[in-house]
Design a protein around this ligand. Structure first.
Ligand SMILES: CC(C)(COP(=O)(O)OP(=O)(O)OC[C@H]1O[C@@H](n2cnc3c(N)ncnc32)[C@H](O)[C@@H]1OP(=O)(O)O)[C@@H](O)C(=O)NCCC(=O)NCCS
Length: 154
């Protein structure tokens, strides 16, 4: 996809319902480490707490101004742990790889290049693993049969 059609912006309070729809997408739930369906009430509380948390950084990824995916970094002890998803209708176009690449650069710009960026992926989730690999992440030694751990440094 043409670079100029893609942009990344900070998540705002107005994105609450967008995130709610994305969070309950069946593939997103299946590939998450907590699989229960999320109620609107629980989501509202969770979303407000993440927006207010200075150790959470969230970006929305847009294609031609249409929201196409989201990525969240949880910062702790010099590392940033990734959670991300691409909206169903935008999957399989290379955007997963692109959001990983671009958001890492943006995070390092905003929070410093010493941060190690990490992701945990269920081994069955081939699309996510491929996206991490193509975005320049390497597999860590503590990976198991069930979960691949990825990391990237500046
Ligand atoms: C994982 C996810 C973000 C990947 O985004 P995407 O935009 O579809 O991925 P890309 O188009 O960048 O594809 C990445 C690679 O996976 C491959 N791929 C895409 N869909 C695939 C599928 N269903 N099965 C196997 N491989 C797939 C692509 O061919 C590509 O590999 P290649 O570069 O060798 O051709 C997206 O599928 C998604 O939102 N899934 C649900 C939520 C999720 O799993 N989040 C990640 C949790 S760790």
């Amino acid at each position: 996809m043409n670079d100029s059609r893609i942009s990344l912006r900070r998540t705002t309070a107005d994105d609450m319902m967008l995130y709610f729809a994305w969070a309950n997408d069946p593939e997103v739930r299946a590939n998450s480490f907590t699989q229960d369906i999320i109620t609107l009430e629980a989501h509202e509380r969770w979303f407000a707490s993440k927006l207010a948390d200075e150790n959470t950084v969230m970006y929305v990824f847009e294609c031609d101004g249409v929201p196409a995916g989201q990525i969240r970094f949880a910062l702790a002890n010099g590392a940033a742990e990734i959670g991300f998803s691409i909206a169903k209708e935008f999957r399989g176009k290379g955007l997963g790889t692109e959001i990983l690449r671009r958001s890492c650069e943006m995070l390092w710009n905003e929070r410093g290049t010493n941060l190690i960026i990490r992701g945990a992926v269920k081994t069955a989730n081939t699309a996510s693993s491929r996206a991490f690999e193509r975005a320049g992440f390497t597999t860590m030694d503590d990976s198991t049969n069930d979960v691949f751990f990825y990391a990237k440094r500046y």
